[in-house]
Design a protein around this ligand. Structure first.
Ligand code: MG
Length: 266
């Protein structure tokens, strides 16, 4: 099932994306959203009589993390190499504030403190319930679904600050969407990033050093995870800079595409 959050100009609401999608997760033009009562993460899927064409809504970030977005650095060997080093033995964790989350089509604002803002296309995991110390073989029980993420990073500030909070934490630095796919085998999904239509990243989740069960187990051994928390699973090689006016599109096969445009803050 694909769970979207959307608005038609009124209050945001959740809906189920009906119909078929192609191999990349892109739906047909006549796709319809069926509205849901409340947030399905907290009250379950309760269908309403509301039906809206997908083409007539504005999609929003499909989840609003109430506590945190956990990022994982250097989880693909080729990306670790392009960053100038080896991948760490254990997953490298960092936090992005929930205020960095934006939705499909929202602008990514280029901060005045940086002159090197990079895209990082990633598979994002959405947690379904409060959990701690989850064993890898139980991880499926705590995953609500998967969406597409862009772990936008001010690379110059990441280098100068050493730690990642500022470089990864600006408002709008965590686009998520277009929806949450709740049933998906994520062991071998193609992850691509296009910048202004040009292919810049082309990886597969098969090449993750630590797979999704290992990541959720690791993160939950450090901090309690809450419903709606998001874990970004790392980016394949090919990261690079974006400029104001650029359009960045991250696609995870089986989920869909997330497109944002870089905008000036002024
Ligand atoms: Mg990343």
């Amino acid at each position: 099932m694909r769970i979207a959050r959307f608005t038609t100009g009124d209050e945001p609401q959740f809906g189920v994306v009906t119909g078929d999608v192609d191999a990349l997760g892109i739906p047909a033009e006549d796709t319809v959203l069926v509205g849901l009562a409340g947030d399905p993460l907290h009250v379950g899927v309760q269908l309403t009589d509301t039906e809206v064409p997908l083409s007539q809504v504005r999609l929003l970030a499909p989840v609003l993390p109430r506590s945190k977005v956990v990022g994982i650095g250097k989880n693909y060997a080729a990306h670790a190499a392009e960053m100038g080093g080896k991948a760490p033995d254990e997953p490298l964790m960092f936090l992005k504030p929930n205020t960095s989350v934006v939705g499909p089509g929202d602008p990514v604002f280029y901060p005045r403190q940086s002159s090197e803002v990079h895209y990082e296309g990633e598979l994002a995991v959405v947690i379904s319930r409060i959990c701690r110390d989850v064993a890898p073989e139980r991880v499926a029980d705590v995953i609500y679904g998967y969406t597409v993420g862009n772990d936008v990073t001010a690379r110059d500030l990441q280098r100068s600050d050493v730690q990642f909070t500022r470089a990864k934490g600006f408002d709008s630095f965590c686009p998520l969407g277009p929806w949450i796919e709740t049933e998906l085998d994520v062991s071998d999904l193609r992850v691509t990033t296009h910048l202004n239509g040009d292919l810049r990243q082309d990886g597969t989740t098969r090449d993750m050093i630590h797979d999704v069960p290992a990541l959720v187990a690791h993160v939950s051994s450090v901090m309690t995870l809450l419903p709606g928390d998001v874990i970004l699973t790392g980016t394949p090689e090919g990261v690079g800079p974006m400029q104001v006016g650029d359009e960045v599109e991250v696609t995870v096969a089986g989920i869909g595409s997330l497109t944002n445009t870089v905008a000036s803050r002024d």
